[in-house]
Design a protein around this ligand. Structure first.
Ligand code: ZN
Length: 210
């Protein structure tokens, strides 16, 4: 079976409408390397189109996607840490000034974690193992009061990933030195609303759209 027609046609449109008109910029990116404005850690969910949400072009965002936009804690003795490797590369090599954890509504990963809490999961799957990163998740009363229960769990996941990011010495040091800012955002698929964690105020509030 060949590549789906939609992918082939999409690639042709990309070359015609974007790569060809911006050829100079792509050549510059190839020669000078990437200097992204931010690392964005988002979910694999096909409905969370990170570049579209931020209207970002090639070279602007260093994007990592995994199930439920999770960051594991700093575990030097661990095995295959793809997410930690990307975090390390962004912080130490690219020296990005911002890291964004981008959660989203209707997250299947968070829903699977909630099912696991009820005992409805195949514990031997890769997903079940990955979702143990959410064990001990603290769902805030304040989030439950202002948002749906489902959203409150998603927000708690974002808070947990931010805490785990800060367990990386390189991240903590760069943040304390004022070289790196961490952000927690949640995207609502249906409304397009983006809410942001105000860590001083300890709550998520809407970002002004315009
Ligand atoms: Zn998700």
């Amino acid at each position: 079976m060949g590549l789906p027609k939609s992918l082939l046609e999409g690639y042709r449109r990309f070359v015609r409408d974007r790569h060809t008109p911006e050829r100079g910029r792509y050549i510059q990116l190839a020669e000078l390397g990437q200097t992204p404005t931010a690392m964005v850690i988002a979910c694999c969910d096909a409905r969370v189109d990170v570049s579209a949400i931020f209207d970002a072009g090639a070279g602007e965002l260093f994007i990592l996607r995994n199930v439920a936009n999770l960051v594991p804690p700093h575990e030097p003795e661990g095995k295959f840490h793809g997410t930690s490797a990307a975090v390390e590369y962004a912080a130490l090599v690219l020296k990005v000034p911002h890291i964004v954890i981008l959660g989203h509504s209707h997250c299947g990963g968070i829903a699977a974690y909630r099912e696991r809490l009820k005992g409805n999961a195949n514990e031997n799957s890769f997903i079940a193992r990955w979702l143990t990163l959410l064990d001990g998740l603290e769902v805030r009363e304040g989030d439950m009061a202002s948002h749906s229960r489902e959203t409150a769990f998603e927000l708690a996941g974002i808070r947990q990933s931010l805490a785990n990011l800060r367990s990386f010495p390189a991240i903590r040091e760069r943040e304390e030195a004022g070289l790196l800012a961490l952000h927690g955002l949640h995207f609502d698929i249906a409304s397009g609303e983006l809410i942001a964690l105000d860590e001083a105020g300890k709550r998520f509030a809407a970002l002004a759209a315009a």
